[in-house]
Design a binder for this molecule. Structure first.
Ligand code: ADP
Length: 333
């Protein structure tokens, strides 16, 4: 086999390996009822990567024509295996790249996320002190103390929400197939980016959809797209002049396309014809520290979900990025 040629054994029970009771060959003959067999090597660049085996339970030698047929089939099998392996490697590389891009995007937000977390924590301390004072009164004011504790729980929930979103986005998990609540997913991303928007003087308005079709897929990947679009919008506005800085985030059900549409609109400098035609190209960036990978990764994520991502220049200024994701059909596909 290692020489790269097919191995044809007309009768395994007459083979010297069987006669000297090689345990594997004995098992093949006596347990698996193999008599005539053919093994054709699967070769990739002269390297043996596997073999294709054909057995007969009776002694019935395989003709040269049949051996040629199986050899041709083995060559096709090698090509198919190789392309499956390449495709898997490509998918793995794409996932690793998407993960690296998420980490890089979140890295740009670290200072504002820390700030965003400090607020509920400081509020916990204030309300905790308040609760103690209400309890130390003579007689203790239990109603006020209870309100303080209820506020503490709300602040802690807010911090948990931020940390939860951060943990999901930074982990490198294999994509999951779950029912995604798009309203909830975007609220999490807005929580992570809110302080960055405030720091840049951007007002954020959000319009969620009361009723959305069922979308099944990975939750983190569309969140990564939302995160990229929102960070890009904030960065675009941070460089623009004194005009209003407004970020509008919307989610709609699109019955005509049977899915969900997310829009991120800013009032930044907008898109020049050159940038409009190159936005989604890998490594296209106009930022001094930019990598130019964000939008190209976003597009592959959305297309992998069967959706579309596009950009439109807005009047009098700014840009609108939108993506759609189809709903899950009743058969779950
Ligand atoms: P990066 O953010 O690293 O530059 P992206 O792929 O996310 O990479 O973006 C590519 C380029 O697209 C940006 O450098 C910028 O020129 C342009 N761009 C992206 N979003 C906007 C936006 N909201 N307004 C104007 N230009 C944008």
């Amino acid at each position: 086999m290692e020489s790269g040629s097919p191995v044809h054994i007309a009768d395994l029970a007459a083979h010297e390996a069987y006669l000297r009771r090689d345990p594997l060959v004995v098992a093949l003959v006596e347990l698996a009822d193999v008599r005539t067999c053919l093994f054709v090597p699967l070769l990739k660049d002269d390297e043996l990567i596997g073999a294709l085996g054909i057995n007969r339970e009776q002694v019935q030698p395989i003709t040269d024509r049949q051996i040629n047929l199986v050899t041709d089939f083995a060559a096709q099998t090698t090509i198919a295996l190789e392309s499956t392996r390449r495709e898997r490697q490509y998918r793995e590389a794409q996932m690793a790249l998407a993960h690296a891009n998420r980490i890089a995007t979140i890295g740009q937000l670290t200072a504002s996320i820390a700030h965003e977390l400090k607020q509920p924590l400081a509020a916990v301390v204030i309300d905790g002190g308040g609760a103690l004072r209400w309890l130390a009164r003579q007689p203790p004011d239990l109603d006020e103390a209870r309100s303080s504790v209820e506020r503490i729980i709300k602040h802690a929930d807010r911090a948990t929400h931020i940390i939860g979103g951060l943990r999901d986005l930074t982990k490198q998990n294999a994509p999951r197939a779950e029912v995604v609540d798009f309203n909830e997913a975007i609220v999490e991303v807005i929580a992570l980016t809110y302080s960055e928007a405030v720091k840049t003087g951007v007002t954020v308005s959000t319009r969620l959809a009361p009723q959305l079709p069922r979308v099944q897929g990975d939750r983190v990947q569309p969140q990564q797209v939302m995160l990229n679009l929102i960070v890009n919008a904030i960065q675009a506005m941070s460089g623009s002049g004194g005009g209003a800085r407004e970020l509008q985030i919307s989610i709609d059900a699109v019955p005509s396309e049977g899915g969900v549409r997310v829009g991120v609109r800013d009032t930044g400098p907008g898109l020049s014809p050159e940038s409009l035609s190159r936005l989604f190209e890998p490594f296209y960036t106009t930022k001094p520290e930019g990598m130019g990978m964000g939008l190209s990764i976003c597009r592959s994520i959305i297309e992998a979900h069967g959706g579309r991502l596009w950009a439109i220049p807005c009047e009098p200024q700014g840009a609108l990025f939108q993506f759609t994701i189809p709903a899950t059909r009743a058969d779950g596909s």
